[in-house]
Write a protein that binds this ligand. Structure first.
Ligand code: FE2
Length: 157
């Protein structure tokens, strides 16, 4: 988990975490902060173990902390945040010596995390992302633009 922890302490990474926080200061819906990222990481790893999917823990955690890192750019200029997140992530991943095979898996996870029909690793990220949300206790649920198929009313992990 050394490379994963290097990213958590990386200057550019922290810059984008703060940027998300700034853009979501008054947001009443789900936030895209480190708490969300780690919720997704832990849920994805639980599913990974429970279903014997065989994905590497560091790759899961790395993808989870990067999957929404570009959310502020979606607020700022409309870039879909999975694309913005991947653009930011690829440079960071090379800096910490993730190899090409690992980078390809992480790329699929980031780019596919919003797609219900995504497969393999991206499907794991999609599931963990949705399961991490506490729609059951959300005060803004009536104004949320997520369809009922995306909202999470049950706790499994
Ligand atoms: Fe996202």
């Amino acid at each position: 988990m050394d490379r994963f922890n290097c990213i958590l302490n990386d200057t550019e990474y922290i810059y984008y975490i703060k940027r998300n926080k700034k853009f979501e200061k008054d947001r009443k819906f789900c936030k895209h902060n480190l708490k969300h990222f780690l919720d997704v990481a832990r849920i994805a790893q639980l599913i990974n173990l429970e279903e014997s999917l065989g994905f590497n823990k560091e790759i899961i955690y790395t993808t989870a902390i990067l999957h929404d890192i570009g959310k502020s750019l979606q607020y700022e200029n409309g870039t879909p945040h999975e694309i913005a997140s991947w653009e930011i992530s690829k440079e960071i991943l090379h800096n910490y010596r993730y190899n090409e095979e690992e980078i390809e898996i992480i790329k699929q996870g980031i780019l596919g995390h919003r797609d219900k029909k995504s497969e393999n690793f991206a499907q794991l990220m999609y599931r963990a992302d949705k399961l991490s949300r506490l729609c059951i206790s959300c005060k803004s649920i009536d104004e949320c633009n997520w369809g009922d198929e995306k909202k999470n009313f049950k706790i499994y992990y």
